[in-house]
Structure formats: structure tokens, C-alpha cells
Design a protein around this ligand. Sequence first.
Ligand code: NI
Length: 226
Amino acid sequence: MLLHLPNVLTPEQVAETRRLLESVEWIDGKITAGYQSARAKNNQQIPEHHPVARQVGELILQALGQNPLFIAAALPRHVFPPLFNRYSAGHSFGTHVDNAIRQVPGTPMRIRTDLSATLFFAEPQEYDGGELTVEDTYGVQEVKLPAGHMILYPATSLHHVKPVTRGARLCAFFWIQSMVRDDMRRSMLFDLDVGLQRLNRDHPDHPSSVQLTGVYHNLIRQWAEV
Ligand code: NI
């Protein structure tokens, strides 16, 4: 499932983030790529330990922690500290799959990448190209979102970033280990959750609501790792 999360950050947070990101010296993006993806990767990143990366990363994680749509869709267990990339004219990232396991820098902690996330900081009209292209179960999806919006997609998918031909594409990217590893199960739980919220809103006293809420939680009991 590909999910578009609108307004993860406010316009003010996006503006402040851009000011911070633009003050930093960027380095070659191959630094965080695996052996296979390094050959396909041509962009720039901020060093992982840079204070600006940490500051903005914290802001993103705080915002996501209060985002009900993110929590319902990702059922997050661990979230990797966000990384930041910039694609200027001539930059691209060829087809690859993200590494399955990532060590959280400076800690002994490893996370399994069940979901990949890209959060956009530049408006689509500021650059040409740069579409995130994901090979989903339902075909190829091209994604280019307004600043402050985020896409969540299964980390199992092959994906690439089309060449940027004008301007610059500025994004945060990171991974989520979900309590529910399987994308199909996670998607069904999300659909059930969304349906239940609608039922509770439209028919607050309907007896099926309690019963179906029980089914939701019992499925979580069956499938979740905590
Ligand atoms: Ni990737």
C-alpha cells in the first residue's frame, strides 16, 4: 500500500526546516547506500550526525508521533532517525531496493525496514523531474508531493528517483519497523481501522462497533510484535 500523508509538517515548520537545511554543507549521498544501490545513487545528503539533521529529524519524529493517520497505517515499532537528501539538476537514483536491516547510527540498535517514507520540503513547481517511482503490486506509481507532505510505501518495493532537470528536490527519507511486519496484514488492519472510525462517526451507538473494535484488537494480538 502506498499512502499519501498530507500536512505532516506545517508551512512554518517547512520554512524553518528549509532555512536550516540550506545552511548545511552537503556531501555525496553514496555514504549511506549499500553496495548495490551505491552504483545507482547520484545525489547529496547531510552527514547523519550533523546537529541540523538531528534537530530536524526530532521535529519530524515528534510530528509523526501525533499523526493518527501515520500511526494507523504504519503501526510503528521503531522509526529510523530521518536522513536528508537533495537532488539538483543531473541527479537521480536508479532502481534499487532499500537495505532490509539498518543500524541506528551511534547505537547498537538495528531496525528492520518494513516501510519506507519520503517527506517533501520543496514544492513540485520548484523543480522538474525527481518523481519517486515505486513498483507497487498494482503497477508503477509516480509520486511528487507538496512541501510538508509524506509518502509511505512498502520497503520491499523496487523504486527509483527520476532525474531532476531543473531546480532542486529536497526531502527527508527514513524507514519504519512496524509492529505488523506483513504489508497485506497491515493494510487490512488499516482498512478496518478507517472503516471503524467512519462507523463510530456516523452511527456512534451501533452495536457492531464494539464487536468490530474487538476484532481489530484481537487481530493486533495475533499479529503484532511489541
Ligand atoms: Ni531507496
